[in-house]
Ligand binder design. Sequence first.
Ligand code: GTP
Ligand code: MG
Length: 295
Amino acid sequence: MKTPTGYQIIRRHLRRYPQALRRTLLKELSLLITYEPVIGIMGKTGLGKSSLCNALFRSEVCAVNAVEACTRTPQRVRLRFGQHYLTLIDLPGVGENQRRDEEYRELYRELLPQLDMVLWVLKADDRAFSIEEQFYQTVFANFNGTLPPVIWILNQVDKVEPSEQWNWRSATPSAEQQSNIERKCQAVANQLAIAEGDIIPVSVKGCYHLAHIVERMINRLPKQARSPLLPHVHPSYHSSPIRETALCSFGDAAVDTLDRIIDNAPLPQIARQALHAVTHTVAHVARSVWSFFFD
Ligand SMILES: Nc1nc2c(ncn2[C@@H]2O[C@H](COP(=O)(O)OP(=O)(O)OP(=O)(O)O)[C@@H](O)[C@H]2O)c(=O)[nH]1
Ligand SMILES: [Mg+2]
């Protein structure tokens, strides 16, 4: 006997729902499964943005197309893994012409609502972060809307003094480097007026703390973007907690979707209540088919 596909299992589980509702639900679930996360990457040139993406993601780059914008063009890269897509946008502005702030504000007003998350890369051996501070304050802090979550990545911590003490084999800093890295994180947090815990010290070259970035991404992305990110991430970062978070979030997103569909359906109140009472079965279905789609 042929093994049923994920969609066949979903259909089987949903057979007790009214047909019209079932059809809408299947369509919405398939949208959740094929959701395409959009992640913006910020940071001055040469900090390791491309190296970071190559280290985190395994998918093939399937298209590069520039989107016309008012100042410099943000570069979009679309990654594909099986039926899953991920868009990375190399965001312009930081460390470029500061007199163009107004143009950038305009560009970001348009771009920020499209993003599920921003990875903002800093360099650990930079003396000051005034360029980042200025850009963050003028463009992000003043943004009139809901900001996507920002993950601050302090890269190249292998270069933190005394840099000759970095242990490449074990991929770890010395105790002295470690305390200097902590001091650096505090200084950056103070300057940018962000929480110190929001900064992840990493070394892409030294393969240090990259798993922390994946963990933070999965926990901070909007629920519907969590599982769809996972197939693009290098399998070495698929830890049990990360998979568990993605799986639960997929179930939650499915329930949110179902609740919305039920609320908008032309149903008598009593039917609506009855359906709301069994939405947890959809969470169960979503969880049971999760590995068909995301593993
Ligand atoms: N020592 C050290 N070097 C790094 C690290 N990460 C990246 N590099 C180096 O930094 C240089 C720039 O890296 P890229 O990934 O090209 O930087 P980028 O931010 O994409 O640069 P642009 O595309 O020009 O904006 C390369 O030579 C990398 O090998 C790190 O953690 N430690
Ligand atoms: Mg690059």
